[in-house]
Design a binder for this molecule. Structure first.
Ligand code: CO
Length: 211
């Protein structure tokens, strides 16, 4: 699909509208009433990872934040605004940080290469490598190390989510759950890393507890 073939994009759109209306005549009227998504999805920008499609979700069901390597950076007001809006206003009860194997952003952070304006973003990913350097350096096979780095990055971004005051409050008051998942572009499978959010939150308490 190329944008210079915009004719096909718009004709696809018209066909999609017709299909939706044929299945459910009031579809767009209902969609316009508002959103009450149940999941906040924080994922990578990678075009191969179409989360809603892979879990069979429909428009209106998933609130989404995507960036390179599914990062939750303290100074990224886009990320913190999305998370706060999802937790405080949409009252979402499940936050999913979903990375994916073969992530180019994670790969770039494993290379000694000056990537200009990308450097500060990738530095946040390199910080994750530094935190888990001992475990990662013990993995001899480079592909296995790359896979594990993807997983550890997801877990650390969940930790970053839990540093936010509104998230801490919602975990305590209404059982907001944080999930660490990885999508495998090689098989289409979604893997649950089974994050132990409670014990991570306990270990964060001394330094990061706000509420
Ligand atoms: Co990626």
């Amino acid at each position: 699909m190329k944008t210079d073939k915009s004719e096909s994009i718009f004709s696809n759109n018209r066909r999609w509208i017709e299909l939706k209306k044929a299945n459910e005549p009031e579809y767009f009227k209902k969609l316009a009433l508002g959103q009450s998504p149940e999941i906040l999805y924080i994922g990578c920008s990678d075009s191969r990872v179409a989360f809603e499609e892979t879990i069979g979700a429909k428009p209106g069901e998933v609130f989404v934040l995507r960036n390179i390597a599914n990062m939750v950076n303290n100074l990224d007001f886009s990320a913190t605004s999305v998370i706060n809006y999802a937790v405080k206003h949409l009252l979402i009860n499940d936050i999913v940080v979903c990375g994916h194997y073969q992530c180019g952003g994670v790969r770039a952070a494993m290379l000694q290469e000056d990537l200009g304006i990308m450097n500060p973003w990738l530095r946040n990913i390199r910080d994750i490598y530094r935190i888990h350097k001992n475990e990662l350096n013990e993995i001899e096979n480079e592909n296995d190390r790359y896979d594990r780095f993807v997983e550890l990055n997801v877990i650390e971004q969940c930790v970053n989510v839990m540093k936010i005051a509104s998230v801490q409050k919602a975990i305590n008051s209404r059982k907001l759950a944080i999930h660490a998942w990885v999508f495998d572009v090689r098989t289409g499978e979604l893997k649950d890393l089974k994050l132990d959010a409670k014990s991570i939150l306990t270990s964060l308490t001394e330094i990061y507890k706000l509420v």
